[in-house]
Design a protein around this ligand. Structure first.
Ligand code: 1PR
Length: 555
């Protein structure tokens, strides 16, 4: 018989709660799923990880009679933890596709972040908390960054001040967490906030009963007390941190094994007689290592997805499943997200492909080629059809779940008016003294050039619903000579969504350079991490020494 404590999970089927499940299990709890309102009323501890849109969630809760049960449960001060939408639903109402009524337990209206002053929305990344209430749980993590991803938020007011336990500053001070008695809710994602935040999940349910799951203790190399001290020591959080992302380009090698590979300007084959696919390790192992080293996010790119059908590629789904059981920071997966008809004539929509990735543990999907086609069509016709993969996935899962990966190549120009695309004056002139360049988008892993610039693409995909841009540069990929600053500055100034700078990192100074000279929100690297030339910890330490705020981890 299993004596693990049980957590009841309210998963109303509107989206992916896999990461919450994984986090709860990793803490040594068993999970009981809510099937009926009675299960809510009988729960010993209830976690409500709200996902999807506010209105849809309220509809389901009301239809299933769960809204009433939830109100009763919370009003009776039973142990409760709401996460993200699970916090927002407690308020009076939301402006998301509304106004829509919420559960009405906390006074206030949930509104959208105001992006009119250039604030990047969604708010994605690791930010700091300001405690407004003394709470043992929050005290423990007070100096550490926690992971947020949302476009809507509730604001503190006189009417709800009894509830608010912490705020976070992003544009303005919004409510990061509420607490009253045994009822907790957080706007951030403890399940995605690294090891520190697992403690939050754990303690918010156990501390009163001093029931720290054994599994957790056995796993950690520190006792809770020591860990607590350690956590407090390293914390320095004061604002939104710049993110450091490890990227794993994944493909099947010639023996049929899924391996992490890495190209030079997108060529992943060794310069040998056999011309084999470069093999830098196993995807799940490497992801785990980068997580422990302090990566703020992990990206998997299925780099042959444009020609192979990803749902036929079960190992990739398996990689996501295993990784999401061990890695508690956001996971992005890309490659092959588009409509597809397989050999037997069965049609799969891009939404089905994305849904399968989400179900397997991805938090975001990244779209490359298909986003280029959608942007071209949109620019040509001026009409949003709503049918592109980008639009459909962002409508169902929210734009924070959709990244567009841009693979441009630099084209030098003598005269900036030679092309119809946005050009830049380059910092380093071209081979024939050219002082200008435009950045031409490509598809199919850089194999085909398209008549659209990175600037035009970025603006179009933001309008079509992208929540973030992963900005590669084929010329710099694998070269270790630094990021393409001219390009990253151009794009990060052009859009209001976060931009991830990618391609070319070779030393710690390249990371500080990109953050000092551009408005990138994150920097991504692959080769230097895989070849162990640089650790994520040393990158973070350097950034921190340079006065750039990053999330530090207690390990
Ligand atoms: O077009 O939707 O199927 O998506 C394909 C995805 O696969 C795109 O995101 C595309 O960037 C990626 N991809 C396709 N072919 C390659 C290749 O290398 N042959 N990888 C490829 C792109 C770029 C980054 C790399 C950075 C940092 N790799 O992922 O990790 O450049 O590298 P570095 O730090 O070593 O310089 P679709």
């Amino acid at each position: 018989a299993n004596n693990n404590p049980v957590v009841t999970l309210l998963d109303y089927g509107a989206g992916n709660v896999r990461s919450v499940r994984n986090a709860i299990r990793s803490l040594g709890f068993d999970i009981k799923d809510v099937q009926s309102p009675k299960d809510i009323l009988n729960a010993e501890r209830l976690i409500f990880p709200g996902v999807g849109a506010f209105a849809a969630a309220m509809d389901v809760l009301t239809q299933k009679g769960m809204a009433e049960a939830l109100c009763t449960y919370i009003q009776n001060d039973r142990p409760f933890l709401g996460i993200c939408l699970g916090l927002q639903l407690l308020f009076d109402s939301s402006e998301e596709n509304g106004p829509v009524n919420g559960l009405g337990l906390i006074p206030g209206v949930v509104g959208r972040f105001d992006s009119s002053n250039g604030l990047r929305v969604p708010h994605i990344g690791w930010n700091a908390l300001q405690l407004t209430k003394n709470s043992e749980i929050l005290n423990t993590i007070r100096n550490n960054h926690v992971y947020f991803v949302h476009s809507y938020r509730a604001m503190p007011s006189d009417d709800n001040k009894d509830w608010v336990s912490s705020t976070c500053n992003y544009g303005d001070n919004f409510i990061a967490s509420v607490r009253r008695g045994n009822v907790h809710a957080v706007q951030f994602h403890p399940e995605k906030s690294g090891g520190t935040m697992l403690l939050f999940l754990c303690w918010s349910f156990c501390i009163e009963k001093v029931l720290i799951p054994k599994v957790f203790l056995n796993k950690g190399h520190l006792t809770n007390r020591k860990l607590r001290v350690k956590v407090l020591e390293v914390g320095n959080a004061s604002k939104l941190a710049k993110r450091v992302i490890a990227c794993l380009d994944v493909r099947t090698n010639d023996e049929g094994d899924l391996v992490v590979t890495k190209g030079d300007q997108y060529d992943v084959r060794e310069n040998t007689k056999e011309n084999e696919v470069r093999n830098l390790g196993k995807p799940v192992d490497l992801a785990g290592k980068y997580y422990r080293d302090g990566a703020d996010e992990i990206s998997f790119l299925n780099i042959t997805g444009f020609r192979d059908f990803p749902l036929g590629d079960l190992p990739m789904l398996q990689v996501l499943r295993y990784t999401s059981e061990r890695v508690f920071v956001p996971l992005t997966v890309g490659g092959g997200i588009r409509d597809f008809t397989d050999g037997s004539g069965r049609y799969y929509s891009s939404l089905e492909v994305a849904s399968e990735y989400f179900r397997s543990g991805a938090d975001k999907v990244s779209i490359g080629s298909d986003a280029v086609y959608a942007a071209e069509e949109y620019i040509r016709s001026g009409v949003k059809t709503g049918k592109s993969s980008l639009e459909q996935i962002s409508r169902v899962y929210g734009n924070q779940a959709v990244v567009v990966s841009i693979d441009p190549r630099r084209v030098f120009l003598k005269n900036p008016y030679d092309v119809d695309f946005r050009t830049v004056r380059v910092s380093n002139p071209g081979p024939n003294g050219e002082e200008f360049a435009w950045y031409q988008c490509t598809v199919n892993g850089g194999r085909e050039d398209r008549q659209i610039g990175a600037y035009e693409l970025a603006i179009a995909v933001e309008e079509l619903g992208a929540g973030e841009i992963m900005l590669n540069c084929i010329d710099c990929d694998g070269q270790g000579k630094g990021f393409e600053i001219d390009l990253i500055r151009l794009i990060s100034d052009a859009v209001n969504i976060p931009v991830i700078a990618s391609s070319g990192a070779g030393k710690v100074e390249h990371f500080s350079e990109v953050f000092k000279k551009t408005n990138a929100s994150a920097a991504l690297a692959a080769g230097i991490f895989h070849r162990e030339e640089l650790g994520i910890g040393s990158v973070k330490k350097h950034l921190s020494n340079e006065g750039i705020e990053v999330r530090l981890t207690p390990y």
